[in-house]
Ligand binder design. Structure first.
Ligand code: ATR
Length: 282
């Protein structure tokens, strides 16, 4: 028998921090990615209150953590804690992925690219020359405007209950493409909208605000950035008003996770297989 000490394998640690966070699917998704790609990682769920965010991140990095996902309500606050961040994170004003390397914290945002991959690769939507309506003007909207404008739509309208917030976002992104703003009640045809995205948080509390009915035609694809096990108030509303398709953001969830996994591990998971595995169809 050899006296040599047993080799110890150090497993790289990752986690998602949020408040609340117990509902997060990220641990399941990342464990499936790891299994699929043969990567040995550990992924935890960490409930962190806003006043503990900075110390929790630094502690995680100090104890050998390799990366984090950051979710609500911390995505915007964490931009102030990074040493450097990507252009897409700075455009979104939000960070959802941290990479710890050489004692530095790098922030990125994979939500926008995840959203576009779901629309373009999974759902096969052609957005060039499309008329797009985004409902809501909060953090979620800010994260998707730049990626949507990159696809060269014909028009992008931001409609919000509080029109001043929509106007200030439209102004902020006006150099990147044809983006305008209005109230829900001012949305009219034309144009016929090809894509209507719900980026309000109304559905989280079960609410269905007076979304603009005129925005929906039998050609319109409706997409809710939120997701649930059963239809969300917005996807129900869209179906009732005759939308061509009415979808929840499960595909975006898996795609943004895959991009984070790629940033950490340099390996891209096969997302279609994972979407199937968790029994959710995009
Ligand atoms: P998030 O980061 O999820 O976007 P947020 O920044 O608080 O959260 O923004 C929430 C968005 O949902 C806002 O556009 C908000 O509209 P207001 O700007 O008028 O507040 C919208 N929202 C939330 N509840 C709503 C409701 N019941 N009816 C209409 N809009 C609602």
């Amino acid at each position: 028998m050899s006296n040599a000490p047993a080799a110890t394998t150090v497993i790289d640690r990752y986690a998602v921090m949020g408040d609340p966070v117990s509902h997060s699917r990220s641990p399941v998704i990342h464990r499936l990615f790891a299994l699929q790609t043969g990567q040995s990682i550990q992924y935890e769920l960490l409930q962190v209150a806003p006043d503990k965010l900075e110390s929790a991140i630094r502690q995680f990095a100090k104890t050998g953590g390799k990366g984090l996902n950051i979710t609500l309500p911390h995505k915007s606050e964490v931009t102030r804690l990074v040493d450097d961040m990507s252009e897409r994170a700075s455009n979104a004003g939000a960070v959802n992925t941290l990479v710890f390397q050489d004692g530095e914290i790098f922030g990125d945002n994979t939500d926008g690219v995840g959203f576009l991959r779901d629309l373009q690769s999974n759902l096969g939507l052609e957005l060039e020359d499309a008329n797009i309506l985004v409902l809501g003007a909060g953090g979620a909207t800010r994260g998707i405007i730049s990626p949507l404008l990159d696809t060269k739509p014909r028009s992008l309208m931001i409609a919000n209950r509080t029109v001043s917030r929509a106007k200030s976002l439209a102004e902020h992104f006006s150099t990147q493409g044809p983006v305008t703003a209005c109230r829900f009640e001012d949305v009219r045809k034309p144009p016929v909208y090809d894509l209507v995205v719900n980026a309000t948080s109304a559905g989280l509390t079960g609410q269905t605000p007076p979304y603009p009915e005129d925005a929906i035609s039998e050609h319109t694809i409706c997409y809710d950035l939120s997701y649930a096990m059963t239809a969300t108030p917005f996807t129900r509303w869209a179906k009732e008003h005759g939308a061509a398709r009415s979808l929840m953001g499960w595909g975006m969830l898996v795609e943004q996770a895959a991009e984070s996994f790629y940033l950490w591990r340099g390996v891209r998971p096969d997302t279609a297989a994972i979407l199937k595995q968790i029994s959710i169809t995009a």
